[in-house]
Design a binder for this molecule. Structure first.
Ligand code: IMP
Ligand code: MG
Length: 173
């Protein structure tokens, strides 16, 4: 079934903002190397575009997680579906996410990854829904704060579809 999708953030706006964040990260970490940790699958489009806009040395790794008890008010325990290939020890790690909603996934993930002794750990998300926050997470770089609406595109899916849209849209039901 096809849905009508209303543009919330246009392709131009998304690309402009990602370029800005890339420049900011390059400045903030000047003289260092950074290690981008992409949270699959949603974070993959943002990670690639961001990485291209960073002018300091970058390495990349990927992990995939799934929440236990999706749709319930779970404890926020996430299952690692695919772990990172490389250690984080001594690295300046930037976690790259598509969206922060309740904050449960990221809060759990960051606590777990901090135990691997990175030199630093910062969080970068394309989208943030601050109204929806249940668990407090410190977000260092945010593309856009958005209202409490279900969005798709730029990596975000509705039933695994629409990840490939080059803009952020709201599914009209
Ligand atoms: P959290 O643990 O509640 O912060 O969950 C965040 C995860 O929920 C994101 O990584 C997305 O996979 C998913 N999610 C939250 N809001 C949306 C949305 O508006 N569209 C698509 N996926 C979403
Ligand atoms: Mg996600």
């Amino acid at each position: 079934m096809e849905h009508t999708i209303k543009v919330l953030v246009s392709e131009e706006e998304v690309n402009r903002r990602i370029k800005e964040i890339g420049e900011q990260i390059s400045k903030d970490f000047a003289g260092k190397e950074i290690h981008l940790v992409c949270v699959l699958k949603g974070g993959v489009f943002f990670t690639c575009e961001l990485a291209k806009r960073i002018t300091i040395p970058v390495s990349l790794d990927f992990m995939s997680v799934s929440s236990y008890g999706a749709g319930t008010t779970s404890s926020g325990v996430v299952k690692i579906v695919k772990d990172l290939d490389q250690p984080l020890e001594g690295k300046h790690v930037i976690i790259v996410e598509d969206i922060i909603d309740s904050g449960r996934t990221l809060s759990y993930l960051m606590d777990m990854l901090k135990k691997r002794n990175p030199a630093s750990m910062t969080l970068c998300t394309l989208l943030d829904k601050p109204e929806r926050r249940v668990v407090d997470v410190k977000v260092d770089y945010v593309g856009f704060n958005i209202p409490d609406e279900f969005v798709v595109g730029y990596g975000l899916d509705y039933d695994q579809k629409y990840r490939n849209l080059p803009y952020i849209g709201v599914v009209e039901v």
